[in-house]
Design a binder for this molecule. Structure first.
Ligand code: PEP
Ligand code: MG
Length: 938
């Protein structure tokens, strides 16, 4: 027997079904038609030609496989039997069919539909005669005929759609007719004659043999699967080069027969932008007297589906039932097409609806509430990008399209350059320095700060910006880290010519013209896609209290094994982190607290800079330190009052001193007054702090050892604020977590243990455990940011109470790649040549050295202290792929920026449902011990 190329469906019987295997074989549309038929939904009978035929067609240079035409014939006969109509019939109304493409994955660019196949000119004449030349039937059959000519001409002969539209619209205009249902049969006759003329001009003729029409239509569908548009789409979407399509041949039902009880419509079982299931006013459109594409083509005025209640009430009721059945069976929001013919409903298609992030989150959760799916399904079907839309203002690309603006026309950083450093969209006037940013802001004008790269002196300008754009830098550069923590959209490493001096951006647009953007011109930044746009975009509005988001988070908390903290440097950020569900603060970077004034006239930068520059001027120094202690204590108290008894990990000063001095030369007069040193002297001192390699230089714990007074001040501020907080409460007692950055050696920690211990003792705090009434405790932890620390993790764990991976520095120091410059210099080539799969500052490679450094550290530390709490506070804590590594090495908590907390909850929950917690530790341990055994011959 010939291979089976065709699967029939009709009258409750179907040779196929909607299983995954059938979706592969028949394409999604075909398999769903089979599935709907099988469960008794009203589907016009038909058959699906398998995707194997398409594969054959391409392997054999446009030939259909032997036996296919016979199988088509046999299935047409079967259709004739089932429907009672005949394919070639001038005696009675003929059987007409549609042909539609449908691959396993949706593929725009493929041929969509040819309707009314089988309608020969003779059939039309006979039909008119049989119906007594009456206007209504005549008009109907001519409308079918003109549609066949249009679709066949376009899809089989490649005659441009525009040419048909020109004839049709031109005629309507001439006849002074707006609504196409008002065309008379004689109008339609003229149009068909003009179409025939158009065919002739193209050297074509519509085949009069219905089977020939059908075969040509099938070939046109097969051909379109390999057409340029479909191939380009597959390439852009990363789909395989060849994806075959199924061809669906289905008995016609006629929504265009009249405008009283016939029509066509499309709809979604739930609103695809909100996810709401509103059965009073279902999402979708219906058109009386329409066929095929009329609803979506925009050429006719359509009505909401609820209007069917009046015109075709039975069909409406049935449609609502069908929606429920489809969702119960497929358990996804469905996007469907239907026709109503003589008051009866026919389903033509169903597929999973493309939903906005919000709609996916909301509908998934609603389906749990309705008992359609379980929590596991809901958690696994939401993707991090869905959350992003709820968490940030986003560029409204739809609105941009409506304004007739093409993305490609307005993107400044073309060719894929640009790291999406902090998600969300911002719109404002381009400014190129902090002073101007602040001046604009003062006047109430929104700004976007554009810099080559940023440094701490830019901080005041950064935090008033709607978005930040830099030419250089990667995902862990200064701009990226600050922006993410503040929830400000940011794109870095764009390679764009940002001229800070002339205050302008110059770029080549998509027409290769040079375009200049000057200070004050509106631009937009898409920090989620990594783009700068020369365009004043509109933004969509998010809210942290968003009920869809908050409700969904409730599903995640009980499942997630890795708990989620947040990086927050002040009480505002801490409050935002809590709103998004953080259970603690995994990193408070205290250096940021020296950069931003909280009260009028504080001048924190001046205080920290005068402490540094005063050097041996003890009185000045002490005064500066005293001020710093007061400010920090106030900051911590504010944070404690937000976080209450939740853990807060406060890291002692990490910046190299010269970074804290950036911008100092701009206010030497103030510094001179504060330090009593002359400006020349101050300049020399500032220069004296210059280091060739500051990232590996005089910073962090090293600073604490050489300048213990600043660490003592910080420890006192942390503990005395905690004491004050604990004295003021009788319920929730706080246990401060003090953290030392960038340690490598046990002796460094021992030094810090002593320093912290001495200050703690003075304030009556003891180490270890948790505070309770009248018993103040603190914990001392360390950051693992050097691979040296990973090797020492067993000893380091002995002297510390908890650890946290600073994977920004850990990546930098393990790989020896600069976190500030790497992403913009050699990284594109490294990624391009496949030396690394992804920029390691964005994603930790699960088989790469950073993941191994982490696994090694966790293994050693937990061997020494089984309950040792290990977290991560590097920027990878919000990266979905890196979170898999964190979960794989069994981290206790992850700490991303506040706005990214929900994404970390989602990934943690998803991993908890699908993977074994700590699975990478076993693998790493087994591998390491096997190779050790081998090398020592055991
Ligand atoms: C890190 O290095 O990952 C980290 C969190 O510290 P910072 O980014 O402040 O250096
Ligand atoms: Mg670090």
């Amino acid at each position: 027997m010939d291979k089976k190329f065709i699967y029939f469906f009709g009258e409750g019987q179907a040779e196929g079904d909607a299983s995954d295997e059938m979706i592969r074989l028949l394409g999604n549309k075909g398999a769903q038609l089979q599935g709907m038929t099988k469960i008794g939904l009203p589907v016009p009978p038909g058959f699906t030609i398998t995707t194997d035929v398409c594969d054959y067609y391409f392997e054999h240079d446009g030939q259909l496989p032997e036996g296919l035409v016979e199988q088509v014939r046999a299935n047409i006969s079967r259709l004739e039997q089932v429907t009672g109509y005949r394919f070639v019939d001038i005696e009675q109304d003929p059987l007409l069919v549609s042909a539609r493409s449908g691959a396993a994955v949706s593929m725009p660019g493929m041929m969509e539909t040819i309707l009314n196949i089988g309608l020969s000119d003779k059939c039309v004449d006979a039909y008119i005669e049989r119906h007594g030349n009456k206007e209504q039937p005549k008009k109907f059959i001519l409308d079918c005929q003109r549609r066949l000519y249009e679709m066949f001409g376009q899809n089989v002969y490649g005659i441009e759609r525009e040419k048909f539209r020109k004839i049709f619209d031109g005629f309507k205009e001439e006849a002074g007719i707006q609504e196409e249902t008002l065309l008379t049969s004689s109008h339609l006759q003229t149009i068909v004659t003009k179409y025939k003329q158009l065919y002739k001009e193209n050297g074509k003729e519509l085949p009069q043999d219905p089977l020939q029409q059908l075969t040509d239509a099938v070939k046109a569908v097969e051909e379109s699967a390999m057409g340029e548009k479909a191939r380009n789409y597959r390439k852009a979407e990363g789909l395989p080069e060849k994806v075959g399509t199924g061809v669906n041949i289905q008995t016609m039902v006629y929504g265009n027969e009249n405008i009283t009880d016939c029509g066509t419509g499309v709809g979604f079982t739930r609103d695809p932008s909100t996810g709401i299931n509103n059965r009073q006013n279902p999402y979708g459109e219906f058109l009386l007297g329409g066929q095929g594409e009329d609803v979506v083509s925009g050429s006719r005025n359509v009505f909401s589906i609820s209007h069917m209640k009046q015109s075709v009430p039975q069909a409406y009721d049935e449609l609502m039932k069908v929606c429920d059945i489809l969702e119960q069976r497929i358990k996804r929001v469905q996007d469907y097409e239907f026709t109503v013919w003589r008051g009866k409903l026919y389903m033509l298609q169903t597929r999973n609806g493309k939903l906005t992030g919000r709609a996916n989150v909301r509908s998934s959760h609603d389906m749990v509430r309705e008992g359609l799916i379980d929590v596991r399904d809901a958690v696994l079907r939401v993707v991090p990008e869905n959350f992003e839309q709820l968490l940030h203002k986003m560029i409204d690309y739809e609105a941009m399209k409506c304004d007739g603006v093409q993305l490609d026309e307005v993107v400044i950083n073309r060719g894929g350059a640009g790291v999406a450093a902090s998600p969300g969209g911002g719109v404002g006037k381009a400014v190129f320095d902090v002073k101007t940013a602040l001046e604009y802001k003062e006047r109430g004008e929104p700004v976007i700060l554009c810099r080559l790269e940023t440094n701490p002196a830019d901080y005041p300008g950064m935090i008033v910006s709607e978005a930040i754009a830099t030419a250089r830098g990667g995902k862990t550069s200064h701009a990226a880290v600050v922006a993410r923590n503040k929830g400000i959209p940011c794109v870095v490493g764009t390679g764009v010519d940002i001229d800070e001096e002339s205050k302008r951006i110059t770029y080549q647009n998509n027409k290769d013209e040079t375009v200049t953007i000057n200070e004050g011109d509106y631009i937009s930044v898409d920090g989620s896609a990594g783009r700068i746009l020369n365009y004043k975009a509109s933004l969509t509005e998010p809210s942290p209290d968003d009920p869809d988001l908050q409700d969904f988070l409730q599903l995640l908390y009980p499942i997630a094994k890795m708990r989620v903290y947040a990086n927050a440097n002040d009480s505002g950020e801490a409050a935002r982190a809590l709103q998004f569900g953080a259970e603690g603060i995994g990193l408070a970077r205290t250096e940021y607290m020296f950069l931003e004034d909280k009260l009028e006239g504080e001048n924190r930068q001046l205080a920290i800079q005068s402490w540094i520059l005063a050097e041996e001027e003890e009185v000045v120094k002490l005064k500066a330190l005293e001020r710093l202690e007061q400010m920090q204590k106030r900051d911590f108290l504010e944070m404690y009052s937000v976080m209450q008894d939740k853990p807060i990990i406060i890291r002692l000063l990490d910046y190299p001193l010269h970074e804290l001095l950036s911008g100092a030369k701009a206010h030497l007069d103030e510094l001179s007054e504060a330090t009593k040193l002359n400006q020349e002297h101050l300049k020399q001192r500032i220069d004296g702090y210059h280091e060739t390699n500051p990232m590996l230089g005089h910073r962090s714990v090293r600073l604490g050892i050489t300048h213990p007074e600043i660490y003592r001040v910080q420890v006192r501020a942390i503990l005395s604020a905690a004491e004050e907080f604990n004295n003021s409460t009788d319920k929730k007692y706080l246990t401060p977590h003090i953290e030392i950055p960038l340690v490598c050696l046990v002796n460094e920690v021992k030094n810090m243990e002593q320093l912290v211990g001495e200050e703690a003792e003075k304030l009556g705090f003891s180490r270890g455990g948790y505070s309770s009434k009248g018993d103040n405790r603190y914990l001392l932890g360390i950051m693992y940011e050097l691979s040296g620390a990973s090797f020492e993790a067993d000893s380091l764990a002995q002297v510390s109470d908890f650890g946290s991976f600073g994977t920004n520095d850990l990546t930098q120091t393990t790989m020896g790649w600069s976190r500030e410059d790497g992403s913009a210099t050699f990284m594109p080539r490294y990624v391009g040549q496949g030396i690394v799969g992804e920029d390691p500052f964005i994603t930790i490679d699960k088989d790469g050295p950073v993941a191994k450094a982490m696994a090694h550290a966790v293994l050693l530390a937990r061997a020494a202290k089984p309950d040792y709490e290990f977290g991560i506070c590097g920027e990878h804590a919000a990266d979905p792929a890196s979170l898999e590594v964190c979960y794989g090495v069994g981290l206790s908590n992850v700490s991303p920026a506040p706005n990214q907390v929900p994404i970390a909850w989602l990934r943690s929950a998803q991993l908890s449902l699908t993977k074994e917690y700590g699975n990478m530790l076993n693998e790493y341990a087994v591998k390491a011990s096997t190779s050790f055994s081998k090398s020592i011959g055991k």
